[in-house]
Design a protein around this ligand. Structure first.
Ligand code: PLP
Length: 403
């Protein structure tokens, strides 16, 4: 099919929920993707922080082929080796003792909310059910996770929302102290708000939340769906803060492109779940777990992807800071590792369009924050190419007056 046909038939047959760009993609290789007409794009979106190893990496293709030819799916009524191997490598490299597997970030957060309430009820009795989430956060599209999402624009027309979930301002210690009460079962926070505009939590806020939760007998839940699995240069973003949560959620990069989510917790908390209380038909099946194991293994290799993500991320950050020092319209550089944001005083969507027309896929979030979440395999040369284009755009040399 041609691009035109794919776009026309998508509009004909698929529900209209995405603000899509006029681009169909048929093939990917490393940091490059291609449209049906063979045009090449350097991908700084990577499925929104998903394709950690790049497109069609040999190791992942091999893992998929091998596992698909061996055992693709069986019910969680049975035990499988890929699932336990993945759980083991996650537990051995995190604060957690136990893992629950599901299919997406929203499901992972649903799991976290259910687990937190179960734990509170079992440990403290009824009445301790409230979840405090952050303003400007994003946690998913199911009813509980969209309720937890602290952006009212997502709540329009779908009420009533799930009761017992409240929002407090991000990075405001006083507000957190004031809001927590004996009713609080848990506090949910992204270490870096990704969809909200790449805004990092303050170290002091994270330390304070840990302390406030401990004093109130509430759980601290980190949503690392976007920040986890190497994206920020550490396996998990919480390692930058030296604050460990009680519960953590993962998805996106964990599967490297196959649908997989996970909710991790300490042993004490995990015990709140007993057989029958939670489950998933497809979650953590042998196929996705064998792929995710390769992703995590590649990240942990010495001199592997984690260290290169740190180095390349630092290089990228500095290049973006150069842009800020050169151009009035660049207001701020934010983020960590390869989750970076450039705040511009211009229409971000126009810049995204111009980049695409010149062979670069980037994303814009929160209106005016250009977000860069490329594969962790991106290199300095590709970053230079993008930054050269951004220089031309900011100089007004790329046609449309966007600034
Ligand atoms: N949590 C965070 C921090 C996210 O960024 C996202 C998606 O962007 C989600 C949860 C939802 O993940 P999914 O789209 O896999 O349900």
């Amino acid at each position: 099919m041609t691009s035109k046909e794919i776009i026309a038939e998508t509009n004909r047959y698929i529900m209209n929920t995405y603000v899509r760009q006029p681009l169909a993609l048929t093939r990917g290789e490393g940091c490059f993707v291609y449209d049906p007409e063979g045009c090449e794009y350097i991908d700084f979106v990577s499925g929104i922080a998903v394709d950690a190893l790049g497109h069609c990496s040999q190791e992942l293709v091999q893992a998929i082929n091998d596992q698909a030819a061996t055992l693709m799916h069986v019910s969680n009524l049975y035990y499988t080796e890929p699932q336990v191997q993945l759980a083991k490598i996650l537990v051995e490299n995190s604060f957690a003792d136990k893992v629950f597997f599901c299919n997406s970030g929203a499901e992972a957060n649903e799991t976290a909310i259910k687990l937190t309430r179960q734990y509170a009820e079992k440990t403290h009795g009824p009445g301790k059910f409230e979840i405090l989430a952050m303003e400007n956060s994003f946690h998913g599209r199911t009813m509980a996770t969209i309720t937890a999402t602290g952006q009212p624009k997502f709540h329009a027309g779908i009420g009533p929302l799930v009761p017992g979930i409240r929002h407090i301002p991000f990075n405001d210690i006083k507000a957190a102290e004031h809001a927590i009460s004996p009713k609080t079962a848990g506090v949910l926070i992204e270490p870096i708000q990704g969809e909200g505009g790449v805004i990092t939590a303050d170290q002091n806020f994270m330390l304070a939340l840990r302390d406030i939760c401990d004093r109130a007998g509430s759980l601290l839940i980190f949503d690392e769906v976007q920040t986890g699995v190497g994206r920020t240069g550490k396996l998990f973003a919480y390692e930058h803060f030296e604050v460990a949560p009680d519960v953590m959620t993962l998805a996106k990069g964990l599967g490297g492109g196959v649908p997989l989510g996970a909710c991790l917790s300490t042993e004490k908390v995990a015990q709140a779940f007993t057989p029958g209380m939670h489950g998933s038909t497809l979650g953590g099946n042998p196929l996705v777990c064998s792929v995710a194991y390769v992703v995590v293994e590649k990240l942990l290799e010495s001199n592997g992807l984690l260290s290169s993500c740190q180095e390349v991320g630092k290089y990228f950050f500095e290049k973006l800071c150069d842009l800020k020092s050169q151009f009035e319209c660049v207001k701020e550089v934010r983020g960590q590792g390869l989750l970076l944001g450039l705040v511009v005083s211009a229409n971000g969507i126009d810049i995204v369009d111009t980049c695409r027309k010149h062979g670069f896929l980037i994303n814009c979030t929160a209106g005016n924050v250009l977000r860069f979440v490329p594969p962790l395999t991106i290199n300095n040369r590709e970053i230079d190419q993008l930054c050269d284009l951004l220089v031309e755009i900011f100089r007004g040399e790329k046609g449309k007056a966007i600034l």
